[in-house]
Write a protein that binds this ligand. Structure first.
Ligand SMILES: [Zn+2]
Length: 278
């Protein structure tokens, strides 16, 4: 799943390529992709794309009075549509511009979860963006300390939950916990001041590294190609201390961590294995 750095760099590329282009037509290609009824997408026809922005992990196509908010979810991508075929493979929606170019929202796999919201006025105060936490790339140390204490979740879950801070997913949650030398299962309200300091610094550094990498590319990276220390590196050597990276596996994701760096050497029970042992 693309996270804040991937979506941010992609928004910048799309603004560079399509900024100023005038919308000729918006076409939903799947009956479930458009999540709003009012305002009508056609109300943006004739308006220029001011910019493509990002909030959390979502893209905002800003046409002035109207904004198209695009949630890519797991497998969604918003890409230049060179072929503009009548039935594009995995196509969910198309924005065609009066200069003849187009953008296509695609979604790989069978799940149809990616969606488009058309919003009039300030999109940040309306669904699907209104209840997101502060963006992780701009959250202040004090804001972070406040939401950590207010929510009291496991740290890994807190980082993935978009309501405390927004923009992080499975990979950055793993990398940030490792960089901060914190257990992914630490309770957020119990973190000491020093631990909150380390967490804030790790969030900033991990996002900066990922964004710098992503900005060198001409399209969004695949998750397997993103550089990292622990994410999906179970059994590999921790680049910081030389211990082996361990994983706690769940159905949809895994929590990857280094025992020496993060849990005082303690190896956490593997979730799938321990079910059989019970
Ligand atoms: Zn380590």
């Amino acid at each position: 799943m693309p996270e804040l750095p991937e979506v941010q760099a992609h928004a910048e590329r799309l603004t560079d390529a399509f900024g100023g282009a005038e919308l000729e037509r918006f076409t939903p290609l799947s009956f479930s992709v458009l999540k709003t009824v009012e305002p009508r997408p056609d109300d943006a026809v004739g308006s220029a794309l001011a910019a493509v922005r990002r909030r959390g992990k979502l893209l905002l196509l800003d046409f002035g009075a109207l904004t198209f908010v695009v949630h890519l979810m797991q497998g969604g991508r918003l890409v230049p549509d060179e072929a503009q075929s009548a039935k594009p493979r995995n196509g969910l929606a198309r924005w065609r511009f009066s200069d003849g170019r187009a953008l296509l929202l695609t979604e790989a796999g069978r799940e149809r979860k990616a969606g488009v919201w058309v919003v009039a006025g300030d999109p940040l105060t309306q669904p699907p963006l209104e209840d997101l936490g502060v963006d992780a790339d701009v959250v202040s140390h004090d804001q972070l300390a406040m939401v950590l204490r207010a929510r009291n979740q496991r740290l890994h879950g807190f980082l993935r939950d978009q309501h405390g801070v927004a923009g992080l997913g499975r990979m950055l949650a793993n990398e940030i916990c490792h960089r901060a030398k914190l257990s992914p299962f630490a309770m957020t309200a119990k973190l000491s001041d020093d631990e909150v300091d380390r967490l804030a610094a790790a969030i900033t550094a991990c996002i900066a590294d990922a964004l710098a990498h992503e900005r060198t590319l001409d399209k969004m990276s695949k998750s397997a190609d993103r550089p990292g220390a622990v994410h999906r590196r179970k059994g590999a050597i921790c680049p910081v201390c030389g211990d082996s990276v361990r994983a706690v596996e769940y159905n949809a994701y895994e929590v990857d961590y280094c025992p020496t760096c993060q849990t005082g050497g303690k190896v956490l029970a593997d979730n799938t294995t321990s079910k059989f042992l019970k």
